[in-house]
Design a protein around this ligand. Structure first.
Ligand code: NAP
Length: 460
C-alpha cells in the first residue's frame, strides 16, 4: 500500500482519491479551505443545485477506510511540496485553475472591470472573496466570453429575488442582487455563433428565464453558413440562436443580448482610474481558419460592469514545475515532468491544472483514471517517491497538527455542513453558507456541543 497526498478537494481530487482507494492505496486529501468540493461549492451556479448534488458521490469516497481530509492547509504556503515529499509516496496536484485570463486591453483594472473568477467566488460564498463589493447600480453589464461561465454570470445577474432566495447564494450576494440596477446583460463573443463554446442545455436555459428576454441580431445568424462541418453541439447552438434571433421581445423587465464578432479594445471610463463607463469593441470578421480579425469598425457599449469570462489559468505552487505559457503543470499523461521533460518520481497532476480548464465535472473522472493508472503502474514498478521522514498515518497527522493550526478533519467539515444545512432549512433554503474562516473553524471544532455557536453568515 502506498500513501498519497492529494492537493485540492474538488472533483478531480475526489475522483483521484476514489480510484486510489479502490487500488488499495491510502489517501490524505488536502485543501486550502476548511471546506471541500472546490468548484462544486465555489464555482457551480447556485441555481443549479442538481449539478451540486454530485457531492453525494464524494461523501461516499470520504467515508471509506484509509481516507483523511486535511482542510485549511494550503500546500505551497502552510506546508511545502518538499515537506510532503518527505512523508508521502506520491503527491497528486488537483489544484484547478484559480486565476483568470486577462483581456490585455487598456482600462482592464478600472473599478467595475472584474474577472469572473472573483464574481463567481463572491456569489458562491468563497471566504477569500466575501468582502469584495461589486457595483451593480448601472443598468447594463457586459460579460466578455462565449463559454458556460459567461452564461452563468449573465443568468445570475438577471435572476429574480424569488428565484435566488431558495438557493445557497451567499447572503452578501443576495443583498447586492436584490438592490441591483442591472436590466441588460450583453454576452460578448469575439467570434460567431458557430464558434461559441456554450453547451446546449446552458444556452437553452437563457431562453427560459422568468424575467429576462433573450435577444440576438438575426444578421449574426444570416452570416453562418456551412454548418455541416460543425460539431453536433455547435450545430445545435446555431439552431437555438436562430430561434432566439426570431423572437419578439415579450416585455420582460430584463434582457440578455448575445452579441457576436466583437473584441474588447478598451474598458472606457473617466480619467485613468475612473469607474467603468463603457466597453469599446472592434467589429470582427472571421478569416478562413475561423479566427477573429478586427475590421476598421468600432463601437462603444455603455455599461457600468465588465466581467471577463475568458478562461482560467493555474496558479503556480512553490517548487512544483509550472508551464507559465499554458498556465498549468507540465505532465505526461498525469506524470509531472521536470525541466528535462522527464517524470518526477511520485508527482502527478489531475483535472484542470493538468489539462487546462475544459469539460464538465464528469470529465475529471476519466482524466483522474489516466493519472491514477500511471501512479499505480509506478507503484507496482517501485518507482514512487521515497519518504525520508516517519510516514505512518499517525506521524503525518502529528506533524501536520503541530505545523499548521486549525487543520479541519472530515468530521470538522461535517459539522460546518450540518450547521449550514440547518441554517438553510430554517430560512427555507438549500443551505446558508458560512463565509468566514474563523467561523468555519469555530464550527469545525465544536464537537459534542449541543448548541450551535453564534455565527454570522453576512458581511461584518
Ligand atoms: P470556455 O468554454 O473555454 O470559454 C471561454 C470563452 O472565452 C471562449 O468563448 C473564448 O473565445 C473566449 N475568449 C478567450 N479569450 C478571449 C479574449 N481575449 N477576448 C474575448 N474572448 C475570449 O471557458 P469557461 O466559460 O471559462 O468554462 C470553463 C469550462 O467549465 C468549460 O468547459 C465549461 O463548459 C465548463 N463549465 C460548465 C458549466 C455547466 O456545465 N453548467 C458551467 C460553467 C463552466 P474563443 O473560442 O474565440 O477562444
Amino acid at each position: 500500500m502506498s500513501r498519497a497526498a492529494i492537493v485540492g478537494a474538488g472533483p478531480a481530487g475526489f475522483y483521484a482519491a476514489e480510484q486510489l482507494l479502490a487500488a488499495g492505496d491510502a489517501v490524505d486529501l488536502y485543501d486550502a479551505l476548511p471546506t471541500p468540493f472546490g468548484l462544486v461549492r465555489a464555482g457551480v451556479a447556485p441555481d443549479h443545485p442538481k449539478i451540486k448534488s454530485v457531492t453525494r458521490i464524494y461523501e461516499k469516497t470520504a467515508a471509506r477506510d484509509d481516507f483523511r481530509f486535511f482542510g485549511n492547509v494550503e500546500v505551497g504556503a502552510d506546508v511545502s511540496r518538499e515537506e510532503l515529499l518527505a512523508r508521502y509516496d506520491a503527491i497528486v496536484y488537483a489544484v484547478g485553475t484559480a486565476l483568470d485570463n486577462r483581456m490585455g486591453v487598456p482600462g482592464e483594472d478600472r473599478p467595475g472591470s472584474v474577472p469572473a473568477t472573483e464574481f463567481v467566488a463572491w456569489y458562491n460564498g468563497h471566504p477569500g472573496f466575501a468582502d469584495r463589493q461589486f457595483d451593480l447600480s448601472a443598468d447594463r453589464a457586459v460579460v466578455v466570453g462565449n463559454g458556460n461561465v459567461a452564461i452563468d454570470v449573465a443568468r445570475m445577474l438577471v435572476l429574480g429575488d424569488d428565484e435566488l432566495a431558495p438557493t445557497d447564494t451567499a447572503d452578501h450576494a443576495l443583498d447586492s442582487f436584490a438592490g441591483s440596477g442591472v436590466r441588460e446583460v450583453v454576452i460578448l463573443g469575439r467570434r460567431g455563433p458557430a464558434q461559441a463554446s456554450f453547451t446546449n442545455p446552458e444556452l437553452r436555459e437563457l431562453g427560459e428565464l422568468q424575467r429576462a428576454d433573450v435577444a440576438v441580431d438575426p444578421a449574426a445568424l444570416d452570416a453562418v453558413t456551412g454548418t455541416e462541418d460543425l460539431t453536433p453541439t455547435a450545430q445545435r447552438n446555431v439552431e437555438i440562436l436562430r430561434e432566439y434571433a426570431q423572437r419578439e421581445p415579450s416585455g420582460k423587465s430584463h434582457r440578455i443580448v448575445l452579441l457576436f464578432l466583437r473584441s474588447p479594445l478598451e474598458v472606457a471610463g473617466d480619467g485613468e482610474n475612473g469607474a467603468v463607463a463603457g466597453l469599446r469593441v472592434s467589429v470582427n470578421e472571421l478569416d478562413a481558419g475561423g479566427r477573429p480579425v478586427p475590421t476598421e469598425r468600432e463601437e462603444l457599449i455603455p455599461c457600468g460592469l465588465v466581467v471577463r469570462a475568458i478562461g482560467y489559468r493555474g496558479r503556480p505552487i512553490a517548487g512544483v514545475p509550472f508551464d507559465a505559457t499554458r498556465g498549468l503543470i507540465p505532465n505526461d499523461g498525469g506524470r509531472v515532468t521536470g525541466p528535462d521533460g522527464e517524470p518526477l518520481p511520485g508527482e502527478y497532476a489531475v483535472g484542470w491544472v493538468k489539462r487546462g480548464p475544459s469539460g464538465v465535472i464528469g470529465t475529471n473522472k476519466k482524466d483522474a483514471a489516466e493519472t491514477t493508472a500511471r501512479l499505480v503502474e509506478d507503484r507496482d514498478a517501485g518507482r514512487l517517491n521515497r519518504p525520508s521522514e516517519e510516514s505512518s498515518p499517525d506521524a503525518i497527522e502529528a506533524w501536520l497538527r503541530e505545523r499548521v493550526p486549525g487543520v479541519v478533519s472530515w468530521g470538522g467539515w461535517q459539522r460546518i455542513d450540518a450547521y449550514e444545512a440547518a441554517a438553510g432549512k430554517t430560512a427555507g433554503r438549500t443551505r446558508r453558507k458560512v463565509v468566514r474562516i474563523p467561523e468555519m473553524l469555530t464550527l469545525a471544532e465544536a464537537e459534542g456541543e449541543s448548541e450551535w455557536p453564534p455565527i454570522a453568515t453576512t458581511r461584518a
